[in-house]
Design a protein around this ligand. Structure first.
Ligand SMILES: C[S@@+](CC[C@H](N)C(=O)[O-])C[C@H]1O[C@@H](n2cnc3c(N)ncnc32)[C@H](O)[C@@H]1O
Length: 308
């Protein structure tokens, strides 16, 4: 299998903010092209175990085949990052010193036309990150009502005229090609003056999020990951669009709250304690030079918390 074409995003910022760890376990929850995993393995001493997760078997196979011998000391796990607790149990890890996650898709996935994530190359309307199970985007369109599709489009893609577009999808549910569906969508959507992106982009994003149930997995991963962190352990997450960034920001913030009593109570009765502190008040964003070198990094945001 060919080497990865994925260029790691905000890797320099991740490396600059790494905590000191002498021993224990760290988890790269999104192996992808292995950019973070390789850098983490090289950075930490071998008393620190590295576990790398990916839901896409292709990413794990590619990494395994192209891994130089000196990169041994990395345990790969095929599964969803929402299974982080099971991953720890399976590997007899009681707490984790560092979790990193770089959300979304790798360039390897986007550029593989047969995966159906993009419409610049023609491919099947699939969009599953884990091809071992689940339903494809075409099956999702066929199995959902127009109202359910409209909800998906507005919730995950901020698509205007969501019900109209949902009907367009339903009317064309026999279409199995990404490019054909994008053309159909374009001819049925209003194009705003000066709009640069293809009008089908947000529809494809919404379908992908629904096919992979991304938000539910992300929330579970964040909550369970925080629970699994050791004291002073860090959690670093790179997001690429406002929907996933909002989830990360809110779950992180929730764990900084010290009281959840109703405001009407004269004094605190909940005994709630903050379990994390936010390391960077504002999310870090890529440097100009990185955006120039790798335009895919332009919407990235890095949020970091530390377990108390
Ligand atoms: C942006 S890439 C990661 C790139 C990696 N940091 C690098 O430098 O090469 C995201 C990867 O996360 C995986 N992924 C996305 N959602 C996942 C999930 N819920 N569980 C596990 N892996 C997931 C994707 O399959 C993809 O390979």
């Amino acid at each position: 299998m060919a080497e990865t074409i994925h260029v790691p995003v905000m890797l320099a910022d991740i490396m600059e903010n790494l905590p000191e760890i002498q021993q224990g376990t760290i988890i790269d929850a999104t192996l992808g092209g292995g950019g973070y995993t390789r850098a983490l393995r090289a950075h930490y001493d071998h008393a620190v175990d590295v576990i790398a997760i990916d839901t896409d078997r292709v990413a794990l196979d590619r990494f395994e085949q192209n891994q130089p011998v000196r990169q041994k000391g990395i345990t790969l796990y095929h599964g969803n990052y929402s299974e982080i607790e099971s991953v720890c149990h399976v590997h007899e890890v009681s707490s984790v010193a560092l979790i990193v996650a770089d959300l979304g898709l790798s360039s390897d996935q986007i550029e593989s036309s047969e995966r159906g994530f993009a419409f610049m190359h023609d491919g099947p309307l699939d969009m599953r990150m884990d091809q071992d199970g689940g339903i494809t985007a075409q099956e999702l369109i066929a199995q959902s009502t127009p109202r359910e599709l409209a909800l998906i489009l507005s919730r995950y893609g901020d698509v205007s005229q969501a019900l109209h577009i949902a009907h367009v999808l339903k009317d064309n549910m026999q279409t199995s090609s990404t490019r054909e569906m994008a053309t159909i969508l374009k001819s049925n959507m209003k194009i705003r003056h000066g709009q640069k992106i293809h009008p089908a982009t947000q529809v494809f994003q919404a379908l992908r999020i629904a096919v992979n149930d991304e938000y539910a997995h992300l929330e579970k991963f964040l909550r369970d990951g925080i629970r699994m962190l050791a004291a002073k352990g860090q959690f670093m997450v790179v997001t690429f669009h406002s929907g996933e960034d909002r989830i990360v920001k809110n779950v992180f913030r929730e764990h900084t709250v010290t009281c959840v009593c109703p405001p009407a109570l004269p004094m605190c009765a909940c005994d709630q304690e903050a379990t994390v502190k936010i390391v960077n008040k504002k999310p870090l964003t890529p440097r100009e030079s990185e955006i120039a070198d790798n335009p895919r990094s332009r919407s990235a945001k890095l949020r970091i918390i530390e377990k108390i």
